[in-house]
Design a protein around this ligand. Sequence first.
Ligand code: KIV
Length: 270
Amino acid sequence: MSDRVCVPDFIRKKRQGERIAVLTAYDATMARLFDRAGVDALLVGDSVGMVALGYASTIPVTLDTMVHHTAAVARGTERALVVADMPFMTFQVGVEDAMRNAARLVQEAGAAAVKVEGAGRVLEVVHRLTEAGVPVMGHLGLLPQSVHRVGGYRTQATTAREQEALVSDAVALEQAGAFAIVLEHIPEDVAGTVTRRVAVPTIGIGAGADCDGQVLVGPDMLGLFDRVPPFVKRYAQLSATVTGAARSYVADVRSGAFPPVRTREKVPSA
Ligand code: KIV
């Protein structure tokens, strides 16, 4: 039997109190390294737009871009569950449209599940995809695709009314069939309440320790950026390592130390 992580494992882990570790990845090389480390899932986030493609938000990320990066991650992964983000306006326009778009991520790119932001009208999409056999991860709290509406990347669900709405959205997502729910940038106690109210695992990012699992943006936790959100723990400082290695290479090329000079073989005389 394959030891690939599958959707039922997520529910089982929650029931058994086993915490779930998720990282984002965008290419086959990093996916292979994270997979070897034993992560439960690799999320091909639309954060690819910000951390790999140089955009200021996730809004410009297209479905073609997500298919391209998800396929790379799927090729580099042997064990982890590969979850692909549905980018901006690929699931909000209509259910049929969302189904066709999700099909590309699963059929063409090799994702095992998709992630969608929000609740409300999105619940019908979650229901229909799940019914069609496509597992869906929900996403509540800070929704980066709604950055223009909320006016920035700050903590969400800060008032009692917003907190109540978030808890009922989580329950509605579970009822619609979501197999897990990402909770981004919300107060710890609200994440704790949601975690206790739903039977599916909550995966927190900037939502405290009471979630059933955690997700971090891979390049953030590897220390590839000078500035990261305050809740990120950097497990390495790769920006200094990479710049240092490139600096040594530049110096070696300029000084002639690389490549090493070969001693010329003597040409035998005729
Ligand atoms: O796009 C992404 O990387 C995400 C995570 C931050 C959860 O949605």
